[in-house]
Design a protein around this ligand. Structure first.
Ligand SMILES: [Zn+2]
Length: 323
């Protein structure tokens, strides 16, 4: 097929001359043209992609930022919930379950993972699947922990009912009326002996009070001892069962008798100054399984937490032992 010839005007010869284009020259020209157009197009595309956004993209980006913020907020709330729950769990294990002598709940039980990930697979196909799976897993874990916590409280309520009798017997009030806590003279621990002036273990708590002040049984029990004992003077010992005994010493008058059944709050005698004593006071001991323990932990029916704190300070700081 004949191509249309091209001409150009030659200034020297003053005539038109035909331009001969070889096939390869033509191909080259087309290729260069195509290449430059492509490059130009590509650069324009890049600029468009990198620096310009469509309104939809802008909207999506906005929504994404908004969603991320909501997710962060949700995560924060979940963390807060988790820390509240952890607090409850720690109190449960270290306080409530200890009181009722129940074993703490193992961490593996509290945090056992769900058996399979099938329940999360449906979420995998969603956009933002990682966020959805993470949140759902955390929610499931929180739900599970809460359920176990409820179960633990149920168990404690049951134990508490069983322990009702025990709670009536365990020493749980102060042995004399001392609502304002002005009668605590000295607590349990190493103290200077008031007579020999040497450091010695003080196995009970001293309450100062005038002679004749009423002394109460601090829990239900049976009077085991009521009479004179070397050093202790006139004293009473009550067996409360469950391993607990209490001892009341230096009494002026004993009103309980051996074998008598007493209830918490019953008067068993009066404060005195008998035996090895440097002034009218009551020396009070709590024994658990035959060993003296610190009585300050056995006023829980008598003292509010604030009063208990004051009592702790008083019994630790007060140096005056009456023995
Ligand atoms: Zn004492």
């Amino acid at each position: 097929m004949a191509r249309r010839a091209k001409f150009h005007y030659n200034q020297e010869t003053l005539s038109f001359e035909k331009i001969e284009l070889t096939f390869f020259a033509l191909v080259k020209k087309v290729a260069v043209y195509l290449f430059t157009s492509l490059c130009g197009g590509f650069i324009a595309f890049l600029i468009f992609i990198l620096f310009l956004e469509s309104p939809q993209e802008k909207q999506l980006k906005k929504e994404n930022i908004h969603m991320q913020a909501q997710y962060d907020l949700l995560q924060e709330q979940m963390n807060e919930l988790q820390s509240l729950l952890t607090d409850l769990q720690q109190r449960d294990d270290n306080l409530y379950r200890v009181i009722f002598q129940a074993d703490p709940i193992l961490s593996e039980v509290r945090h056992r993972q769900m058996g399979n990930d099938q329940r999360y697979q449906a979420l995998q196909n969603m956009s933002n699947s990682k966020i959805m799976v993470d949140i759902t897993k955390q929610m499931d874990d929180l739900k599970r922990q809460t359920y176990i916590q409820f179960k633990s409280y149920d168990e404690l309520i049951m134990l508490a009912k069983q322990n009702e009798q025990k709670l009536l017997c365990i020493p749980a009030i102060q042995p004399i009326y001392n609502k304002d806590l002005t009668r605590v003279a000295s607590g349990y621990g190493m103290r200077i002996d008031p007579i020999y002036r040497t450091r010695k273990m003080h196995q009970g708590m001293d309450f100062t009070a005038p002679i004749g002040t009423e002394i109460f049984a601090t829990g239900n029990g049976i009077v085991k001892e009521a009479g004179w004992r070397q050093g202790y003077g006139k004293c009473v010992k009550i067996n409360h069962g469950f391993g607990y005994e209490t001892l009341y010493a230096h009494m002026h008058k004993i009103t309980a008798r051996v074998g008598q059944s007493v209830k918490r709050g019953d008067v068993i005698g009066e404060v005195g100054n008998t035996g090895k004593s440097t002034g009218p006071h009551l020396h009070y001991e709590v024994h658990f399984k035959g060993t003296p323990v610190n009585p300050q932990n056995y006023y829980f029916l008598d003292l509010s937490p604030e009063e208990y704190d004051i009592m702790l300070q008083l019994s630790q700081n007060a140096g005056q032992v009456f023995d």
